[in-house]
Design a binder for this molecule. Sequence first.
Ligand code: ZN
Length: 162
Amino acid sequence: MMTQAQAIENLNYWNDPRVRASLKTPAYKVLSSSNKTMRIQLADSLLESLVIEEIFSEDHDGILECPTKYEVCGMCQGSGSVADLNIDCGGLHFDPRSPDYDPDFEEDYKNGVYDKQCPRCGGHRVVPRVEFTGDLAMAVQHFIEEENRYAQLVASERAYGC
Ligand SMILES: [Zn+2]
């Protein structure tokens, strides 16, 4: 049986965007990029549904060539690093009135001592942005929505200890 504090901590953990992101399959991964174009590989399950919907032919390998574009990483806001999940998952509250308050820890934390490389952009501060068009854009959008729904479901089940 979890205490209430443990239950809240658990809930915060599974609601953390960094944890949520780890539950999702990305729609594609970048195989290689130059400053003009990049080659991406669509996720297997996405490719499968594109074939089923007859948007792609059955022998499509899921590899696409797209113009290279980048956007500032939304996970680290372009800083390239995020605080270690084990330290502050769900957010820390520095309360000098609390019996556990440790001013050194607060200072270290705010100085980024516990930061580690951002898992989304790998410290590059930007992430590739691919603009899909037409039926492919709809299929990718649908895939991302399904992944979000799945991550939300898993996270809420785990948050409540199911
Ligand atoms: Zn990042």
